[in-house]
Ligand binder design. Sequence first.
Ligand code: ADP
Ligand code: MG
Length: 298
Amino acid sequence: ATMPPLLSAIANAGRHGVLVKSAVVMERLGQVDAIALDKTGTLTEGTPRVTDIRPLAGTDLSENALLALAAAVEKSSEHPLARAVVEAARTRGLNIPDTQDFSSTPGIGVTATVDGRTIAVGAPDRLLDGAGEAASACVISIVAGLEDEGRTAVLVQRDGAPVGVLGIADRLRPDAAATIASLTALTGSTPLLLTGDNARAAARLAEEVGITDVRAGLLPQDKVTAVQGLEAAGRKVLVIGDGVNDAPALAAAHTGIAMGRAGSDLALETADAVIVRDELGTVPTVVSLSRAARRLVV
Ligand code: ADP
Ligand code: MG
């Protein structure tokens, strides 16, 4: 017997390195007419590297001490930025301290106790929200300098006071620009970039790949709101993401695709399909496969 078109499309998607979880999903992929994608780990390779280590003047910390402190907290996180910090500390052969009471807030950062002191590592704007303005003037200028160079700045705080900033840089996926062009042609509209990262780094990257619509500084729930806004306007949105912070948007979307190689377990479970072979360029391929299969289903 010949295989039903949607099932053979699933098999075909599998050969391209995309795991489509059901025939219903295979069918829905071809209906999408809007794309929203995440930045870190989705549009970028998700293997960022630490490029700058800046302990603040007036703290007792050396570059290595600051990096080791940040790595202690980040070693319990699966965020791509966390992996970069831990990797940098290991490369330098640093001794990474033990921690207690780790906790993580998607889109903001992580905290834990090290030697009886609370260490927080994460998005500067979010962490500085509570801090006094005078204390943070110097931090703000370091952060702005890094972001102007397209880097992600990560703030390290000890007992609520800033002690240093790390600069982290990630590479664009080699097929990012071509994929954006294909998706624009397929859906007739330009994809939307949804990121928790800072507006400066996001705008710079968007320009490189040909995205004009960027929403930065988003919390996981803000990504959901953006998707729901499009859906309320009658669009069928395909969300592409990799992180825990993308899971709510992946769930809210008409269809969700997760990046499999470095994607978080939650994103993989929540998504309707998983890009196993780590090529963003397979997204337009599966949309086209779905459309071809749908033409055969009567
Ligand atoms: P994106 O949407 O681009 O994937 P996220 O929402 O995952 O970005 O993260 C947004 C911001 O939150 C990051 O740019 C970073 O400043 C901060 N952040 C989140 N998790 C961490 C972490 N584990 N370590 C450091 N910073 C973090
Ligand atoms: Mg991400």
